[in-house]
Design a protein around this ligand. Sequence first.
Ligand SMILES: NC(=O)c1ccc[n+]([C@@H]2O[C@H](COP(=O)([O-])OP(=O)(O)OC[C@H]3O[C@@H](n4cnc5c(N)ncnc54)[C@H](O)[C@@H]3O)[C@@H](O)[C@H]2O)c1
Length: 244
Amino acid sequence: MQRFQGKTAIVTGGAGGIGEAICRRLASEGALVRILDTAKAAGDALAAEIGGTAHDVDLTDPQAIHAFVDQIAGDGIDILCNNAGLMRRGPLMELTPADWRLSFAVNIDALFHMCQAVVPVMQRQGGGAIVNTASQWGLHPAPDHLAYNTTKAAVVAFTKNLARDYAPDKIRVNGIAPGEVRTPMLESNLARSGRSIEDLNRLVPYGRIGEAAEIAALVAFLASDEAGYLCGSVVEITGAQAVA
Ligand SMILES: NC(=O)c1ccc[n+]([C@@H]2O[C@H](COP(=O)([O-])OP(=O)(O)OC[C@H]3O[C@@H](n4cnc5c(N)ncnc54)[C@H](O)[C@@H]3O)[C@@H](O)[C@H]2O)c1
């Protein structure tokens, strides 16, 4: 399939984990991929491999987001994958105000700034597709992740609101709510909790946690014209697991 021939895509957090898989999938189907990530060396290496461009932009910096979009908007922006996210763990009394603020800055504020920069470009083009990465924990909270789960619930609400407002412009906004997926984020959590991948696999009705390539396949579908009437949906991809 070459669903993205001639299309240009931005993938935030594209240098590693699920974002890297999204970049590989979109590029393999013909997209010119703009990898936005503070992990510069990994972003540069991936861009060289898949033929895209890498941009060392910190998503906590709204001015940097707007400067980046201004720099690349001339070539068009057909797809925006707001994938980047981070996890600050803990219940209320274990989180610092800095944990709370950083969680919101990366996981939800950056979507506001990125969409404010990109939506006018898509409006001028006559449409586009935005895919936001929420989490199953934004719908069904796992314990002791108050900041993360709250920001991911906000991503769900943001997605549905944006879709409602820009559907008339033929900008389709959708989201995904993955369960646990094997990535560096998950592995850092394992190191802390002392649990193994096998422990997590046993908790999933389907028998195993997700692979980044499986999440990327869903994102590619939502970004493609095949999902032409999907607008304002947040698709759960969990192996039938409600809560970890
Ligand atoms: N892994 C899971 O089990 C899982 C489950 C549900 C949802 N998610 C969500 O999927 C998305 C990707 O997760 P992942 O597991 O691949 O994470 P990851 O930590 O493996 O990768 C995140 C990427 O985002 C980049 N990034 C982080 N902060 C940034 C910033 N301020 N500016 C620019 N880039 C920044 C990192 O450098 C990294 O390359 C996140 O939104 C996460 O919340 C992950």
